[in-house]
Ligand binder design. Sequence first.
Ligand SMILES: NC(=O)c1ccc[n+]([C@@H]2O[C@H](COP(=O)([O-])OP(=O)(O)OC[C@H]3O[C@@H](n4cnc5c(N)ncnc54)[C@H](O)[C@@H]3O)[C@@H](O)[C@H]2O)c1
Length: 440
Amino acid sequence: MRICVVGVGYVGLVTGTCFADLGHDVICVDNDQEKIDGLNATPRHVPIYEPGLSELVDRNVKVGRLQFTTDLAQGVEQSLVNFITVGTPTGEDGRPDTSAVFAVARGIGQVMNDYKIIVTKSTVPVGTTEKVRDTIAGETKTEFDVVSNPEFLKEGTAIEDFSRPDRIIIGADDVRVEHLMRELYAPLVRTGNPIIVMDIRSAEMTKYASNAMLATRISFMNEIANLCSRLGADVDHVRRGVGSDSRIGGAFLFSGVGFGGSCFPKDVRAIVAMGEEAGEKTPIACAVTEVNGNQPERIIGKILSHFDGDVKGKTFAVWGLAFKPKTDDVREAPALKIIRRLWELGAAVRAFDPEAEETAKKALGSDLVVARSGYDALDGAEALVLVTEWNEFRQPDFARMKQLLKQPVIFDGRNVYDREKMSEEGFTYYSIGRPVERLE
Ligand SMILES: NC(=O)c1ccc[n+]([C@@H]2O[C@H](COP(=O)([O-])OP(=O)(O)OC[C@H]3O[C@@H](n4cnc5c(N)ncnc54)[C@H](O)[C@@H]3O)[C@@H](O)[C@H]2O)c1
């Protein structure tokens, strides 16, 4: 099949590359000239870090199945199926900003030469795909159909998620289009995972409801963790006890400094915004956002209380900048909030992240001091603040850490370490929702 993917970000680049790898002819379009130049350059610059992606891009470009361009007309003219995968960030009014989606829809309408299928893969408010249809119809007399096909891949495991999805959601109102979408996705569902076809509005809502459900589990467990702290319970034990109930399951129950990223925060806010617009209250989504917004402050509170309310002039090592491991994405990352707060309080920060140095410097400014390794970040620092649970932070050399730090103090924002082990290793150890291990 001939496929065009408009928006070469975390979703678009993975989608385009994976479809090319399945044998399709794919052309990826973005209006960011620098990004496209980098992808076409030798050596190639793949603009995001995603495990396995560079190799997959190289392989498919080499055999001529994957192209990159800024020319929307070129992409649309040669393709039957056109995916819209541009960003839909939270706008200034708190609603999802869908302006890029409509800009692309208008552009597609203007250059359509024959029958096309336009697929919204970006996460968009309910009713958007219908408006995309109206927008395109305003630009062309050529026949076309629209489909909603929200994406569920996760950064860090995006290729695996795309290739082995739990399910494919297709919102379509035309049976021919449904069949074509089924054909497109058939190689990914050979092990029996379902393609679920529904109306367009329900497909759009399914994406928001899924993300909000996962975010709710995290915020709920953070609320329980905060209560555990007050009452002397250990949220780790509670999580195991709760998660082993087969009706509940163990995923997305980890407490910490909260969720970040380009999806959960904005998608929960979008539910609130859609509710406001529809005249329907969404108290659960509101609470999820509130709990999550306060969570980074929990670790700041612990830091302040340990240092008697004054961290001015002290340097903290921060491990982890990305919003989660295995990505360089720092959008709404708790690390950014924590670092900004430490700066506000007069402290200095020396950070380390295996992949997110460049993106974090873009977000926080080039003044951000980034060390070459986790251990370098510790050298002479007052304490360690662990924010992102990269694998390489899980079993560090604690003896070396103790030598490097001014004081053997760890603030663990992800509950990565075993409390008893920390005590044996001689650390004062703070985590989220678990009793403090304090050195006397
Ligand atoms: N990132 C994820 O893990 C993820 C997962 C599932 C769904 N989504 C959803 O997918 C969508 C895309 O997310 P992302 O993280 O890939 O975004 P992104 O910001 O990484 O990429 C968006 C790309 O679109 C390009 N773009 C913007 N306007 C354009 C235009 N008019 N013409 C051509 N290109 C344009 C940008 O230059 C950028 O390269 C969002 O709606 C998001 O909610 C994201």
